[in-house]
Structure formats: structure tokens, C-alpha cells
Design a protein around this ligand. Sequence first.
Ligand SMILES: Cc1ncc(COP(=O)(O)O)c(C=O)c1O
Length: 498
Amino acid sequence: MVISTAIADAGQALHCTFASRYVRTSLPRFKMPENSIPKDAAYQIINDELMLDGNPRLNLASFVTTWMEPECDKLILSTINKNYVDMDEYPVTTELQNRCVNIIAHLFNAPVKEEEAAVGVGTVGSSEAIMLAGLAFKRQWQNKRKAEGKPYDKPNIVTGANVQVCWEKFARYFEVELKEVKLREGYYVMDPKKAVEMVDENTICVAAILGSTLNGEFEDVKLLNDLLTEKNKETGWGTSIHVDAASGGFIAPFLYPDLEWDFRLPLVKSINVSGHKYGMVYPGIGWVIWRTKEDLPDELIFHINYLGADQPTFTLNFSKGASQIIAQYYQFIRLGFEGYRNIMGNCAENAKVLRGGLEKTGRFEIISKEVGVPLVAFAFKDSKHNVFEISENLRRFGWIVPAYTMAPDAQHIAVLRVVVREDFSRTLAERLLNDILRVLRELDELPPKTVQVKEATVQAADNSADGVVFKKSVRETQEEITRYWRRFVQGKKMNGVC
Ligand SMILES: Cc1ncc(COP(=O)(O)O)c(C=O)c1O
């Protein structure tokens, strides 16, 4: 039946969505429409509106996978109608999830024997994984405190101020105080010494990040482990560590196999990783792995009798798609260790090209490290322009490069960040570099920015007449940018970078 034609009896020849009335009526935005519309019209209209979104491949703000092989796309599409939670109905899918958990646990050096099953679960992403890991720590700590006859109503968790917003969510949703080690200029990750100083008898764990969201840097988990071991000896508190390896968990094992950050360190009890970041699966998959089954309190696992089978589950959600889990297993067997190592090596090389090109300009200070997530975070050395202008101007060429301020107490530093993913080749890196240089040249041609700042005028009233034009220092400009920017990001963590 043809129902999309404007003139029904004009026949098949006019069965064209753009010749129909559906493209000249505005779509309802608040209430469900009374009538149906043809499927081709619905597809065309939505698809066209989505053209106004950014291009995911040029979205250099995100760590999340934007390209997979067509064979895997096929697998995803053919399994998109499977609900992962129907384990009895889809036992093979459950088995694939378990294989993924085992593979990741071995990659992270969990102390599991050859044929022993590792303890872990697939999640929607690292955020859910972190909620589960946090809950396990909280319950362990509460159980211990109860057994000792001590109060257990004031749990806290120690992190760096650079943690991703999901840690703030965990703290607020599950009523745990978040104790953040502040950053400082030139040091943008959690200082293990200060973190250990902050630990007290109510600390459920210290969370370290392998691949800070702000600059990709790996925190020193080994030093944290050593310092905490000492403190535990003195206090008997037995505080342990969670590693948020959302990005770094699929980088370190391949590029820095000798770096000790995982279950090789005795105090590391759980680790999360995003399958949809450098695990190289489209959005919707994360993992949390526990060192042993003793580190996951049994009372958090629900045994449900669902459709005739006993199902142990430990997730926040019940239903979820199965296709991302299947895609993760595809990547593991398709690429193997060799493939992941080559891809991570390419990403690191392309990040190096970009970093080198930016350094050559003499205008930028590189805030990211060579060892870490393959990304380039950079700030202006001078105050002639600000990073937000660069970010805005790069949009003209299609590039999405976020600009943001660092976390407290380094919030006067504003940076740009380019995440190098598998599908960001050297050619693209070189083109981006050219476009950054072009924007810089264009901005340089604008008249110099000496801004009349009322505040500064007032402060300097002793030795200058009102209305004097001031040339501001780099620091003053940075602070002004931060103040300006804060109006938009007040109370938001990371200013939208993920
Ligand atoms: C260090 C870190 N932890 C956690 C998350 C949250 O991860 P997800 O988006 O997989 O929930 C991110 C996201 O960028 C991150 O960078």
C-alpha cells in the first residue's frame, strides 16, 4: 500500500518522500502524533535531522569507538534483538560474556588458575562498572566495621580531583563522601602521597586512574600500593585500591607490559575498563573485574529465578542488549594480542606526530605525557588567544576538539584535547595540524587583545587613572577565561569531555 504520496492516485512514479506532504509538516516534539506516517518518510526525516549532529569520526573529544569492521557490524545487527539478561534462552551469549571476563582478567594479571573462572561482569560502560566496584568496597568496609563493633555510617573514598563525573555520581547516589586530592599547576593527576595522607578508618578504598580523562596520564598505582601498604601496617585499616582503567586498561597491557598497575599489585582488588573505548567496540560496553571472589560480597549478587533458571546477577540494570558483548568477543579473537598491540602502537605514533607538530609552533605547552592514553592535551604558552577560540574555529573544518579548564586547584589552566583513536590516521593528524595552524594564523592577524578590565582598573586605582587599558599577564588572562567559562560549566565535572 502506498500511503506516502501527496496525490494518492498519481501512482508509483510519485512515491517519493520529498514529493510527499510529510516533508512540509513540522514533527511533533512533545506529544505522540495522532496518525502514522510511512516508514520511508519517518526514516528520511529523522536521518536528515541527524545530519546536523557532528561527524563521529571527526569527534576528537571522545575516547569511544567510532569505527568497526563491516563483518562485526553484521554480527551486531544480527544480534541486536537479543536481550542479554535472557541467559537461559541465549546460553551461548552468556558463555561469550564469561569468556570476555576471563580474557580481561588474564590480561590484567588476576590470580586465577589455568581453568578457573575469573570474577567479573559486563556492564553498560565504565560508569556502571565503577558503581558496582564502589558498592562492593562499601559493603566490605561496612561488614568489617560491624564485625568490629564500630560505626559504619560515614564511609569515604579518596580520589584525585581529576576523576570523571561517574565517581561523583557514585559518591552522591550511594552516600559516600568523596575526598579529592587537589591538582596543582604542572601536576594534573592524583599525588599518591597526598592520597594516602587523606586515608582514614572510614575510607572504603582509594581510586586511582589509569589514563586521566583530562590529560591521559597514568597515575602511579605502584607507588600508591607501596605507600598504602606501609600505612595499613601502621593502622591495621586494610585499605585497598580500585583502578579506573576506563581508557588505559586496553592500552597499558599492549604498549607498557612491564608497567605494574594491575592485579600484580596486592592491594588492587578491582579494575574497570571500557570495552567501548580502547576495547574497540561501539558504545554500550564496559567491564569490571575483581581480584578474587572474596572481594565481591556475596550478598550483592542476586539469584533470580527467571524463566525457569537460577540466574546470578550483579548489575544495576536488568535488560540490556547482547550485541556489544558479542562484538567485544569478536575483537578479542579477530585481533588477538598482536592486533591490539599494533593498533595501540599506531595510535601512539599518530599522537606523537600531532604532538611534535604542535611543539614546533612554539606556541603550545603539551600537558599530556608520552606514556599514557594516546592523546594530545595542550595549552597556550602566551595569552594572545584562548583555547576556546581555537576549538570554535576548528568546527568550520568539521573537527570537534574540546576545550576545557583543568580540575581544582589547576582550574586556571585551559586546554584543548585531541584523542587519537584507531580510525584517526596519520593523514588526518597532519590535516588537523594544518587546520590548527591556519586558525592560529587567522587569529594572529586580528588586532591584539588588550582588554579594558574594570576589576583590574579598580585594583590598580592607586597608580593609574580610571579607564586605563591594561595588558594582562598570562595568568590573569587564564583566570579570566576560567571565570567566563565557569558560567557555562558551573557544577559540571569535566565540562562534557568523556
Ligand atoms: C577515567 C574515566 N573513568 C570513567 C569514565 C566513564 O566511562 P563510560 O563512558 O564508559 O561510562 C571515563 C569516560 O571518559 C573516564 O575517562
